[in-house]
Design a protein around this ligand. Structure first.
Ligand SMILES: Cc1cc2nc3c(=O)[nH]c(=O)nc-3n(C[C@H](O)[C@H](O)[C@H](O)COP(=O)(O)OP(=O)(O)OC[C@H]3O[C@@H](n4cnc5c(N)ncnc54)[C@H](O)[C@@H]3O)c2cc1C
Length: 454
């Protein structure tokens, strides 16, 4: 009886899982293993929202494997030590794992290879299943990344993708001890956001099916409209690998139409950011293009921003959406990031850290590089553009419904007047428990230009 280990990392699913399929094809029995590694925890799972979501993903993966006659084996500790132990306990001759270009995963792969070679076992590294087209497939991995999205996307669209794999029918697991499934509270201190989405492949597939059945057709027209909430909300499921991006793109293309095309283009941004980070791991902390900014440090302004009390309703609405759902609309992310980095001229790293702490889809490549894009230190071709929150509100929340949904203090203010509460008659204004703007937009703009020009 031969045994192989399928080591799950950022691919917490049974459908289109090259790792699970590879292990099943190679051996009679498979150990589906997830290691709660100290390194993973330090790298970001300690945040309550992502910890709660991860706990949901693992419970769902275990249930899916049980339906197929197997189960998930959980271990805690150093991933290499635990893989060695499981290989010794079960006599597994191979370990299957997904390729991953992040510095953390590369280090893990090197250590696994060394340990398994010493044990005369084999490490089988599969395609990077977290992206559609892995960084090395269009240009050598870790070299010569594309710095401009449009030509990258043209090339990306021309590369064929592999066909998604189905889920296995049966998974036979050898007798082996497992720790209990982790509880969210045990993974991270502090409660998650109250309206956090539920983690796991089942919920991911339900959402994808519903999305493809109709709403995707409105995506091109409505994806920027804050109140319509007309985006897929698939980002946390893609981040944790509950959904394969290859399958998502494949099915969207099958569906076809302008909405699907616009949606696929957006999914390509994940691959674009990942290939940049693969080549420039320093951009997680350092400017991609250094511009001698005289950033202001964390302080009262940033605190008002975090609390959703800046006095600019559209900014505050988006920050409160983040606090409540652990997720924020992309247009909200653009407005709030521009407000912090350019209007308040606070170091983009302060905002990026807060987003990473709260976002259930928080992801180093997508978060840091989007922050840098907005702050003007990233790949944006117009780095000095400042998003005026009042103009953004007029365009992307013309009725004011998004603000009224998230800022209860302003719920009684009708129409677009909700975006400028300081213009209300004095007696009405006084009755609202809502702050005056913490910054004058023109002064903010002048400060940004002075700082950047210096
Ligand atoms: C300052 C800032 C920080 C961000 N931080 C993150 C982050 O940590 N994690 C994250 O997944 N996305 C991040 N984004 C990108 C984007 O806002 C989210 O991916 C999107 O809002 C998720 O919602 P959705 O699934 O409904 O997206 P949809 O509009 O339905 O898009 C489909 C998918 O495409 C991908 N996508 C869409 N836009 C982008 C983008 N600009 N960059 C990368 N991928 C994209 C996502 O995986 C998304 O699920 C950030 C954007 C900004 C401006």
């Amino acid at each position: 009886m031969t045994v192989a280990i399928a080591l799950f990392t950022a691919d917490l699913r049974t459908h289109d899982s090259p790792v699970l399929r590879g292990a099943l094809d190679a051996a009679d029995q498979v150990v589906p293993l997830f290691v709660l590694d100290e390194g993973i925890r330090a790298a970001g799972f300690r945040t309550p929202n992502r910890a709660a979501f991860l706990a949901g993903c693992l419970a769902d993966l275990d249930a899916a494997l049980r339906e197929r006659g197997g189960r998930l084996v959980i271990r805690s500790g150093d991933v290499v030590r635990e893989v060695r132990r499981v290989a010794e306990e079960t006599g597994a001759g191979q370990v299957h794992v997904a390729g991953d270009v992040s510095a953390f995963a590369q280090h893990r792969e090197e250590r696994l290879r060394a340990a398994l070679t010493e044990m005369r076992r084999e490490l089988c590294v599969h395609v990077d299943a977290a992206v559609v087209i892995p960084p090395g497939a269009m240009s050598p991995a870790g070299k010569d990344h594309a710095a401009v999205f449009t030509p990258y996307f043209r090339k990306w669209s021309a590369v064929g993708t592999r066909r998604p794999l189905g889920a296995p029918r049966r998974v036979s697991v050898p007798g082996i001890d497992s720790e209990p499934l982790p509880e969210a509270a045990g993974l991270a201190g502090g409660p998650p956001s109250p309206d956090l989405p539920r983690g796991g492949e089942t919920e991911a597939r339900r959402r994808l099916k519903a999305w493809l059945a109709g709403p995707i057709d409105r995506y091109e027209d409505l994806h920027d409209d804050l109140a319509s909430d007309a985006t897929s909300r698939l980002s946390p499921y893609l981040h944790f690998g509950c959904l394969s991006p290859v399958e998502v793109v494949h099915r969207a293309r099958q569906r076809g139409g302008a909405g699907a095309e616009a949606f696929v283009r957006q999914v390509a941004w994940r691959d674009f950011n990942r290939q940049m980070l693969a080549d420039r791991p320093d951009v997680a902390r350092e400017d991609y293009r250094h511009r001698n900014d005289r950033w202001r440090p964390d302080g009262d302004d940033a605190e008002a921003w975090r609390a959703g009390r800046t006095g600019y309703p559209v900014v505050d609405a988006a920050m409160r959406q983040l606090a409540t759902e652990g997720w924020m609309h992309n247009r909200g992310r653009l407005i709030t990031a521009s407000f912090l980095a350019k209007t308040l001229y606070v170091d983009w790293r302060v905002g990026a850290r807060y987003f990473l702490d709260r976002l259930v889809d928080g992801d180093v490549a997508n978060n840091q590089l989007n922050w840098q894009w907005v702050a003007g230190t990233g790949a944006a071709t117009r780095p000095n553009v400042v998003l005026n929150p009042l103009l953004q509100a007029k365009r992307f929340d013309p009725t004011g419904d998004y603000v009224r949904r998230w800022v209860p203090e302003l719920r009684e203010v009708e129409g677009s007047a909700v975006h400028r509460p300081w213009l209300l008659p004095d007696d009405r204004r006084r009755r609202l428990d809502y702050p005056d703007p913490i910054v004058d937009l023109d002064e903010g703009l002048a400060r940004f230009r002075r700082g950047r020009a210096a």
